[in-house]
Write a protein that binds this ligand. Structure first.
Ligand code: URA
Length: 283
């Protein structure tokens, strides 16, 4: 049986979903709801006083998201546009320090994730730290606060590292942590970054690590292992030291996984002890 999806049926379906509690349409591509809101506000302000209340035909103002304009596709099918990975590599390589890298990343407008995010979450902690943690990507709390690992998983991460004497708030570089993610913008609906998004943003991550020059990297979960090692399978990889970008890397289970599987905290503790042993006595 085929169902003709006319206006009335579409509306009935929408109402049914609203009744079920659906509040948002989650798409693979992020929707910039801040820009949409601003556009509606502008349309209202710009509408002539005696215009009919239906603003469907009102001129659409240009989008101007808080973090700068993010153009939509500007090229036709015959023009593939700029290669985003090459563009990212060029920009990242040009950054002489972390502040410039953060600026370049914030201005990088070829990644669609940027459109749906409120913040560009660059890093937290002390860039002089011996240990640099690479997580997956910001969630809702991180997007709101502009800092990595500040939600429930982040609080567990803080407790885990505190147990071996390390903290992102330590004033001493010896016992400090530096924390970043594979992607700086929250993927819609907390989905994993796609392989394309990871590849596009990897040059920024690599440069970030080059500029911070930690003694060791901790790859938190599968996505970080994918970005740093080109491998997944965290339950096998965890706890075994490996190498990436000329640095020792310790893959660990993501704290979000540990929240869902508290029985795995035993192995996570073993990994933390391995990290502590690797760092040895303070230099
Ligand atoms: N999970 C991550 O991997 N990174 C964050 O910043 C927050 C949650």
């Amino acid at each position: 049986m085929t169902l003709a999806l006319d206006w009335h049926l579409s509306r009935a379906l929408l109402e049914w979903q609203t009744e079920l509690g659906v509040t948002d349409a989650i798409l693979a591509e992020p929707v910039d709801r801040f820009a949409a809101f601003e556009a509606r506000q502008n349309a209202r302000q710009n509408a002539p006083q005696n215009a009919p209340s239906d603003t469907r035909d009102a001129p659409r103002p240009a989008r101007a998201p808080a973090s700068g304009p993010v153009p939509g596709p500007t090229t036709g099918p015959s023009d593939p546009g700029p290669d985003p990975v090459a563009a990212a590599a060029r920009l990242a390589a040009r950054a002489p320090d972390l502040a410039s890298l953060a600026e370049s990343l914030e201005a990088f407008d070829l990644c669609a994730l940027r459109r749906g995010a409120r913040s560009c979450v660059f890093a937290d902690g002390d860039p002089r730290a011996r240990v640099m943690i690479v997580g997956e990507g910001p969630g809702a709390d991180e997007d709101r606060q502009g800092l990595p690992f500040v939600g429930r998983a982040g609080q567990l991460l803080d407790r885990m590292f505190h147990a071996i004497g390390l903290s992102r708030r330590s004033p001493d570089a010896e016992t400090a942590l530096y924390i970043t993610n594979t992607v700086p913008w929250r993927p819609p609906g907390n989905r994993e970054p796609t392989p394309e998004e990871l590849a596009m943003l990897r040059p920024f991550l690599v440069r970030h690590i080059e500029l911070a020059r930690p003694d060791v990297l901790v790859a938190m979960g599968n996505v970080a292992c994918d970005a740093l090692l080109g491998r997944r399978g965290i339950l096998k990889l965890r706890g075994t030291w490996t190498e990436a970008l000329g640095l020792p890397v310790l893959p660990m289970m993501h704290p979000a996984y540990l929240l869902r599987n508290p029985e795995a905290k035993r192995e996570a503790w073993a990994d933390l002890l391995s990290l502590k042993a690797r760092l040895g006595a303070p230099r």
